[in-house]
Design a protein around this ligand. Structure first.
Ligand SMILES: Cc1ncc(COP(=O)(O)O)c(C=O)c1O
Length: 363
């Protein structure tokens, strides 16, 4: 291929990867414990699979569905007591982020990302040719909204804030976020992919703040990561613009049929969330009991911890765990996260295996 045909800036661009490519190395050890993806590991998969199998009977795969997934938008709206015109759906929350940046960004404008955070925002902003402007959290990972407001100018179209934040795990102070909404003239995208595990949601603030987009996913608390479905909730004027940019048929028919049924499984989901919260506290304590490890408090279904032992690094421990078949997310290259690893909260048995392996890797 003639490389001049490709957009010039892609020369310095790297494709987005997760730790899945480490699966091969891990599997050489004979077992794989995948704790890098923040999935819900506490749901009864038999129950979910039964719902999926039953739904398949209702599906005509040879016929196109509604382009805008109106039934699904209505179902999601009902779940949050909002009209369907507050809802836009996508191929995972990632698909929704893609549509948001395509709606608001172009060369010559900028978007602020509160860092360290989920790396997809930066990736999509750069693909649009817009300026990516990082705003750093404090050393204790708290948010100072005034610092972000100072970074805004008349070319700032979007601010991305993830709360609870991936990978630091903390949910930000509510009043700081409201201050940002009130003082900034940009659209604030609050990614609540993990809010079900936290203490509050900004969804009730949607009717008051016209510049708020709340981003949600079915991949985490609702356990449908590989089905690929996400959505955002926002003022109908924003949603109307997003719908102009959204690809047609953004969510597949299987996900469209299943999501309302999973929403109805309130007890099942809440039960799993409760178990995750209990196990999360135990795991933070167990991690902090290991010499040379410092774990941070979490409002999500994962925990960030730092290797503080001067004889080791996060990379070394990550590699050693991998050889024992345990895959974590290495976040050490992000600002303020030197030697930090992230682990998904998992059931007690897997937790024990992980903790024992980590102790061995630290010695
Ligand atoms: C903060 C955050 N937002 C969005 C996503 C993407 O979710 P989805 O699977 O719906 O694309 C993730 C996935 O890890 C995430 O951590």
């Amino acid at each position: 291929m003639n490389s001049k045909l490709v957009r010039g800036f892609l020369k310095e661009f790297e494709k987005y990867t997760s730790e899945v490519h480490f699966k091969k190395i891990a599997s050489d050890s004979g077992r794989v414990l995948k704790l890098d993806g923040n999935e819900n590991l506490f749901l009864n998969n038999n129950h979910i699979n039964r719902i999926i199998r039953d739904s398949l009977n209702e599906i005509e795969t040879n016929i196109y569905t509604d382009t805008l997934c109106q039934d699904l938008r209505e179902s999601i709206g009902r779940h949050f007591h909002l009209p369907a015109d507050y809802v836009m759906v996508g191929n995972g929350a990632d698909g929704v982020i893609d549509t948001i940046v395509k709606t608001f960004l172009e060369p010559g404008v900028n978007a602020i990302v509160v860092e360290p955070t989920y790396s997809i925002y930066k990736f999509f902003i750069k693909i649009m040719g817009a300026v990516y402007r990082p705003a750093l959290l404090e050393d204790d990972f708290s948010l100072t909204s005034e610092k972000i407001i100072e970074l805004c100018d008349d070319k700032t179209k979007l601010i991305f804030l993830c709360s609870p934040n991936n990978p630091t795990g903390n949910q930000f102070n509510y009043d700081e976020i409201i201050n940002l909404l009130e003082k900034s003239h940009s659209i604030l995208v609050v990614d609540e992919a993990y809010a079900e595990f936290g203490n509050y949601s900004l969804i009730p603030a949607l009717r008051k703040y016209q510049n708020l987009i709340v981003l949600k996913t079915m991949s985490k608390a609702y356990g449908l990561a590989s089905l690929r479905a996400g959505y955002c909730l926002a003022n109908p004027e924003i949603v109307e613009e997003l719908l102009k940019v959204s690809p047609p048929y953004p969510v597949n028919i299987i996900a469209q049929k299943i999501i309302p049924k999973i929403f109805a499984q309130v007890k099942l989901i809440l039960n799993a969330i409760k178990k995750i919260q209990v196990q999360r506290s135990r795991l933070v304590k167990q991690l902090n009991n290991i010499t040379g490890v410092e774990a941070y408090p979490s409002d999500a279904n994962f925990i960030l911890f730092r290797i503080t032992d001067k004889k080791l690094t996060g990379n070394i421990v990550h590699e050693r765990l991998l050889k024992k078949g345990i895959i974590l997310r290495n976040r050490g290259s992000l600002p303020k996260l030197e030697n930090c690893l992230r682990v998904t909260v998992c059931p007690p048995m897997e937790s024990e295996i992980f903790i024992e392996a980590l102790k061995e890797c630290m010695s």
